[in-house]
Design a protein around this ligand. Structure first.
Ligand code: DX5
Ligand code: ZN
Length: 223
């Protein structure tokens, strides 16, 4: 199953409620919310207040991506918003298994994300204890960057490990996903696609962009 997760980071913040509301009719599976703290990554984005406003404007399930130091704090703060997925970075925690357990005990799916230069082993060893593996396809921190094709073998490695272990872990990719890059990511084994610029910046519109991305991803897997 292909899931498209538009990233609200690329929305027009002056029309945030309206844009979030549009995602349901557009057929988005998730709304991806990037929390940045100005420390784990240079920029600061938004936190619980804004995510709560998004949740009140749209019934599309929340996919929260924590690009923060000490994600334990945000996990606790944001659990009340009842996200579908809460993802932390392996680089930001010392006890990833404890945090994954805490996320699950709050009722969310636990995700672990990995930056492009971190050895993939750090993600592979967590697979049995997480619900989603997020392979970053850009350096985290901002939208609009080009997709790093050299991440494709990492996606394939994770997909192979998931299938060989008989797991059902979702495989998400984030960064530079558009109609030209989604097929390769899908063919490599990703099933959940974050897309910011290519959805909110689409000249035709959000709904059309989501539909085209889904078609490209499906064609790549023959589904
Ligand atoms: C980048 C964020 C992404 C970002 C993707 O650090 O994690 O979710 O919004 O934006 P695009 O799709 O424009 O690369
Ligand atoms: Zn993200």
């Amino acid at each position: 199953m292909i899931r498209i997760a538009p990233s609200i980071l690329a929305a027009d913040y002056a029309r945030l409620g309206e844009q979030a509301a549009e995602l349901e009719g557009a057929g988005a599976d998730l709304v991806h919310c990037d929390v940045m703290d100005g420390s784990f990554v240079p920029a600061i984005s938004f936190g619980g207040g804004v995510i709560s406003a998004i949740a009140s404007s749209s019934p599309v399930p929340l996919d929260i991506h924590l690009m923060v130091e000490n994600p334990e704090k945000q996990v606790r703060l944001l659990a009340g918003l009842k996200p579908k997925i809460m993802t932390f970075h392996v680089e930001a925690v010392e006890e990833p298994l404890d945090l994954a357990r805490e996320i699950r005990s709050g009722g969310a799916l636990a995700g672990a994300a990995i930056k492009p230069n971190t050895p993939i082993k750090r993600l592979l060893e967590l697979l049995p204890e997480i619900d989603l593996a997020l392979v970053m396809t850009v350096e985290p921190g901002k939208g609009g960057q080009p997709f790093m094709e050299e991440m494709l073998p990492r996606i394939a490695t994770v997909a192979r490990a998931v299938s060989e272990s008989g797991l059902e872990t979702l495989i998400e990719v984030d960064g530079g996903i558009d109609e030209n890059t989604i097929a390769a990511a899908s063919a490599a084994g990703a099933d959940t696609f974050v897309a910011g610029t290519s959805v909110f910046g689409d000249p035709v519109g959000i709904a059309d962009a989501v539909k085209r991305l889904r078609t490209c991803a499906q064609q790549a897997t023959g589904s």
